[in-house]
Ligand binder design. Structure first.
Ligand code: GLU
Length: 319
């Protein structure tokens, strides 16, 4: 802080003037600490908070249950922004699937981030070579509020399965799931997540485990019928125990907000990210290949927030 600013603040305090009048606290919903959403939120806040002195914005990004929990918190006005899978961004805005009868008209897209393959990792000794082999096994299907649990339910419905097809369908959080796999409490874990991530890394360093492909007719139909699903592949060699690419399908991680959040707030957040984009991309390996032009279109189904549009126009990225 410059000496002049300190003096200005000190005299404002003496005069009883509210120098904090323009301070605004914003909260970003993330996911479990061992996932990538947590890093997205923490990274955005770190960049936003560098400019607090001029913008007045103070950003926090606590760990949450994930996509569905974030969307619901934004809808309720408890959080300002959050990370959510592109499938759940779509369903919330359109009032479909889990959001039937619970449409979030005010949902606004900000940008998309990394890709999130629907990931299955199994203990090497569990005899699981494909998604179909999960039948009769103990599977961690995802914690309540997470995108993976919600997307897993979609996959099960597409295959004509239910949770009863598993010997156990546990709902442990990402931070607990790797240990459960290592301790032989579950045979496999379902996680919709960017790669590499701490949770899968923890799993493969605790026990012999491998990524399992998710393919077949039901998946082909999901990808064909829904704009927010695409085929995805997890690169071989990324994790110990999985040397070749693993085919699955996936979504995008997206950043969402509400039209109730002020334009200048969203503008400043977007500006903090894209004015410092090279720095942002270095904050996680999953961000390495992000491209601005893709981030402002891919995986977005709710209308863009006006504050974001203002910045994208200024940069000449939109007409
Ligand atoms: N895709 C997960 C969810 O929607 C979160 C993944 C992560 O935390 O990186 O809940």
């Amino acid at each position: 802080m410059t000496i002049f600013k300190s003096i200005a603040i000190a005299s404002a305090l003496l005069a009883g003037t509210a120098v904090t009048a323009q301070e605004k606290f914003i909260t970003i919903g993330t996911g479990g600490q061992t996932g990538v959403y947590f890093v997205v939120g923490q990274s955005i806040c770190r960049l936003v908070n560098r400019d607090s002195a001029t913008t007045g914005l103070k950003c926090t990004a606590p760990s949450t249950g994930g996509s569905i929990a974030n969307i619901n918190a934004i809808k309720a006005g408890d959080m300002d922004m959050g990370v959510a899978q592109s499938d759940w961004q779509f369903h919330a805005y359109n009032g479909s699937s889990q959001f039937e009868g619970d449409k979030f008209d005010k949902e606004r897209a900000v940008f998309s981030v990394h890709s999130e393959p629907f990931t299955v990792i199994a203990r090497a000794d569990a005899g699981i070579e494909s998604f179909d082999d999960l039948k009769g096994k103990r599977v961690n299907v995802g914690n309540p509020g997470s995108g993976q649990l919600a997307t897993m339910e979609v996959v099960l419905a597409a295959k004509g399965w239910t949770m009863d097809d598993f010997a156990l369908a546990s709902e442990l959080k990402p931070a607990e799931q790797a240990a459960a796999l290592g301790d032989n409490k579950v045979d496999a874990i379902i996680y919709t997540v960017g790669h590499p991530n701490g949770s899968i890394q923890e799993a493969v360093s605790t026990v012999d485990a491998k990524l399992v492909p998710v393919q077949g007719e039901a998946i082909d139909k999901l990808v064909a019928d829904n704009p927010f699903y695409a085929y995805a592949s997890i690169p071989g060699g990324m994790y110990k125990g999985t040397d070749s690419d693993v085919k699955t399908f996936g979504v995008k991680a997206t950043f969402v907000t509400s039209s109730d959040v002020a334009d200048d707030v969203v503008y400043e957040v977007v500006k903090a990210v894209f004015d410092n984009f090279d720095r942002f991309k270095k904050l996680h390996p999953a961000f390495e290949n992000l491209k601005e032009e893709e981030m402002i279109t891919d995986g977005l189904s709710a209308p863009l927030h006006d504050g974001a549009v203002k910045y994208y126009k200024e940069r000449g990225w939109m007409e």
